[in-house]
Design a protein. Structure first.
Length: 274
């Protein structure tokens, strides 16, 4: 009786959580295939009368400039993720492989920085970006995305601590320097961690709305996350077009996640056991 009750509670809670997660997606799909009259005259839960109505998708892609936004997103993500992986791996390598005064203080500083709410540092960050002359350029986002990978450092640390130091010592005997050891020995053995960081950081950067909206006033430079804001005005919004644009925005990152989700799960599991 207890086992049956526990099973009902377990699967019931899972079903309820799945329903809560899926309902917004269903409403977005329904709204994407409705025209304006149907959208305002029917309930959000009512399915569209014509599932072959792709006008909203065309409007979102063409009028919203989503093609250029996708190009901007690819450039920002490629540079930012590469920088985030290298900077986080370098930091983890220095912390794990070198003995220096204040090593524990550095780890504690990283932990404290991860706990500080980002909104409390926005004024200082904005002044810094403007002082560097990066405001209204894509490099503002690249610098911010690259330099805020504190969680990535801890992920790399977990994997790096499992690598035997004898590999480094053998390379030193052969005359290899620290950079060669890092790029030829350490970094190739961090592939699960790299895949985990790429997915986690990539999804976070892809979904970021506030930073592009704040630092890029030129709409031609904005990534895909801020493109749909063009259909939201002072006197109303084209919600049916926004729904279609949301679907177009979700598809690329959803496909990427489905193909690489096993690396994320394996990376977290391996990192936890190491």
């Amino acid at each position: 009786m207890r086992q049956a009750t526990a099973s009902v509670i377990k699967y019931g809670s899972l079903g309820l959580a799945s329903l809560v997660a899926l309902v917004p997606l269903v409403l977005i799909v329904f709204g994407a295939f409705k025209d304006y009259k149907e959208y305002v005259s029917t309930s959000p839960m009512d399915p569209p009368s014509n599932w072959l109505n792709f006008d909203n998708f065309v409007t979102a892609f063409v009028d919203g400039g989503m093609a250029l936004a996708f190009v901007n997103t690819v450039f920002i993500l490629a540079v930012s993720i590469t920088g985030a992986v290298l900077s986080s791996a370098f930091a983890a390598y220095a912390i794990d492989r070198f003995e220096f005064r204040g090593r524990r203080f550095v780890l504690g500083a990283f932990l404290i920085a991860a706990l500080v709410p980002e909104v409390t540092t926005q004024v200082a960050t904005f002044q810094l970006i403007k002082g560097l002359g990066l405001y209204n350029t894509q490099w503002a986002l690249i610098v911010l995305f690259t330099g805020t990978g504190i969680i990535s450092i801890y992920i790399f640390l977990q994997f790096m601590r499992a690598l035997p130091r004898s590999l480094d010592e053998a390379a030193k005997i052969d005359g290899a320097g620290q950079l060669r050891i890092f790029f030829r020995i350490v970094l190739p053995n961090l592939k699960p961690a790299i895949a985990t960081v790429v997915i986690i950081r990539g999804i976070s950067m892809y979904n970021e709305f506030y930073l592009p909206f704040l630092y890029l006033s030129d709409t031609d430079q904005r990534p895909i996350s801020t493109t749909l804001f063009a259909f939201k005005g002072q006197y109303g919004a084209q919600w049916e077009v926004i729904c279609a644009g949301v679907i177009l925005t979700i598809i690329p990152i959803l496909v990427l996640f489905l193909f690489m989700q096993r690396y994320v799960y394996n990376g977290f599991t391996a990192g936890a056991t190491k």
